[in-house]
Design a protein around this ligand. Structure first.
Ligand SMILES: [Zn+2]
Length: 148
């Protein structure tokens, strides 16, 4: 990133310039954005740069980004020690779906998480159906053998 000093910033008029009122220009960050346009944000107190461009705040910006990412992740997950729901029946899946809908509506989880959980519920339901069908077939086979 190339940054300009206040002295050569295009929005900071030189003495006697009539293109822009100095009071407005002096309140803008002196950095140039990636697309080459000047930053239009207000500078930090006692700095020529805004929060996003101040080189002195680079470490703090990284820290805030890491904290936001960690908080975002925490928001979408249960705590690591929490007990996993037992999905043994269609009723168990229905109960979990009710929780997912409630958590989505109250903002505890985001839509992507709700979509993933709903998909997992569909797979669990198919697995339960397949298991139930297998048990019925086995019961019929046992009954058929007993009749012979
Ligand atoms: Zn800036």
């Amino acid at each position: 990133m190339t940054a300009e000093t206040p002295e050569n910033h295009p929005l900071v008029p030189t003495q006697g310039s009539e293109t822009m009122p100095p009071v407005v220009a002096a309140t803008l960050c002196v950095a140039v954005k990636a697309d080459g346009s000047p930053c239009r944000s207000r500078p930090q107190p006692s700095s020529a740069y805004c929060w996003f461009h101040d080189p002195a705040l680079a470490e703090r910006r990284s820290e805030v980004g890491r904290m936001a990412a960690a908080t975002s992740h925490r928001r979408t997950c249960l705590t690591p020690g929490s007990k996993a729901p037992q999905l043994q029946s269609a009723e168990d899946v229905r109960t979990l779906l009710s929780e997912i809908v409630h958590q989505l509506r109250t903002g505890v989880i985001d839509r992507a998480t709700a979509n993933g959980l709903t998909y997992a519920c569909q797979i669990a339901l198919r697995t339960i159906d397949a298991r139930d069908l297998q048990r019925r077939i086995e019961a019929l086979e046992t009954a058929a053998k007993a009749r012979r």
